[in-house]
Design a protein around this ligand. Sequence first.
Ligand SMILES: [Zn+2]
Length: 207
Amino acid sequence: MGLTLADLEGCVEELYSLAKLEPDEVLFPSSLAEHLFGEGCIQRVPGMIGNASLGRAGARRYIGVRSSFTGARFEHLVGHELGHFVLNLREYRGDDTESACDFVGAAIMTRRRPFARSARGRERDFAQLAADWETTETMVALRVGEVLGLPIAVITPELVRARGPIDWPEEGILRELARTGGPGLARVQLTDDRRRVALVGDEVDAA
Ligand SMILES: [Zn+2]
């Protein structure tokens, strides 16, 4: 049994609530980490083996990140370690731990409730949402699927990811649909890379 989407969103909310932040506040992971563990808790380590790690020295927790990482990648690595922190608190040890931490790392910056409010009414405007939320169109497209429960798939040369309350077909068929579109599926070209396409399904009544 792996973690559900609701479990994962719960992990993100738990981090914000442990940091005693307001329900609508959204922070970068590095800033959330400082709220949780104190200023200076992130150590940039030159030549570190591995990308990042969560540690403790006495009562004090810290996150080490290899010093070559900056910007969005740095933030995502810090967020990933916060995922480990919250899953450790829950004593969760499933096989999906690493992917769960990746989810938490990304979802900290697109916190469910504020993101949902921002995305509602412009569900397909991935370029503007990406600009507003300082992330990629791929990320916001999938996040719209998650938080609004819309069927959305993103197809790029490297990956196929699908979200929402329908049974998506297998990868080969999705790649074909990304070229042709299909009944009830709008084809939305992502603008950050011409080879990336989102398929947006009609809203499904979750009966
Ligand atoms: Zn990890």
